[in-house]
Design a binder for this molecule. Structure first.
Ligand SMILES: C[S@@+](CC[C@H](N)C(=O)[O-])C[C@H]1O[C@@H](n2cnc3c(N)ncnc32)[C@H](O)[C@@H]1O
Length: 215
């Protein structure tokens, strides 16, 4: 698969950053400000994604599409020793995250569309959902290219979620992207690791994929 055309990539990042910046301005640094319905779903997603992490040993983690950094208190409550790097395409989101977590030890935030540091783990919650006017083919290229970057920057594993193509047809919306879980499972299994989990049993219209790398 050839690398994605940089101008197509840039146009996606610009559109997505504007969409989420507007949400933040409307709703502040709250779950609705990152376009979730509420905190319950937000933390349920964290719980699925973080199944890739071994909390018993110290770890570093890249959170791609970190929003205002809601994962930080979740990780703190989980009890392991960690260093956290959050990345977001929307600059305002990163500024909100820095304000909210000022002084938190081993936590930093960056304006970026791919992780810029290597870490033990990489996670991404909600970054593949809002495709706006981009085509199915263009958006799949974008997903592949972002997963490639997550793979390259994570030593022990990575995890991400997507809306599912198994959603009820009458609830689906054109500006959202509903991915085929089987196709993404296949991609991860063939391209990244023999150890891949597909979690599609947590009652949201989405799924999570965990890619565990060999020790
Ligand atoms: C649905 S929100 C979720 C925020 C956070 N993960 C959470 O669950 O609270 C998605 C966030 O990802 C950001 N985003 C989307 N695509 C991105 C990308 N390729 N790189 C970095 N950030 C991205 C958006 O700006 C937005 O803040």
């Amino acid at each position: 698969m050839p690398p994605m055309n940089p101008s197509d990539l840039k146009s996606i990042h610009t559109d997505v950053a504007k969409y989420y910046s507007d949400k933040l301005h409307q709703h502040g640094d709250t779950p609705r400000g990152v376009d979730w319905n509420g905190e319950q779903g937000q933390v349920l997603r964290f719980a699925q994604l973080l199944r890739v992490v071994d909390l018993a040993t110290a770890y570093s983690i890249n959170d791609l599409g970190c929003g205002y950094g809601a994962m930080v208190p979740y990780l703190q409550a989980a009890g392991g020793r960690f260093s956290y790097h959050g990345y977001d395409v929307a600059e305002d989101m990163v500024l909100a995250a820095r304000r909210r977590h000022a002084g938190a030890p081993n936590v930093d935030f960056h304006v970026a569309a791919v992780p810029t540091l290597e870490a033990d783990y990489g996670v991404a919650s909600g970054i593949f959902n809002v495709r706006l006017g981009h085509t199915d083919a263009g958006w799949m290229d974008y997903i592949r290219s972002t997963l490639e970057a997550m793979n390259q920057t994570s030593r022990r594993g990575f995890a991400f979620n997507c809306l599912t193509s198994y959603s009820d047809a009458h609830r689906m919306q054109d500006y959202l992207f509903y991915a085929d879980p089987c196709a993404l499972f296949d991609l991860c299994k063939r391209s990244y690791s023999r150890n891949v989990s597909l979690l599609h049993d947590y009652d949201l219209y989405e799924f999570t994929i965990l890619v565990r790398k060999a020790a």
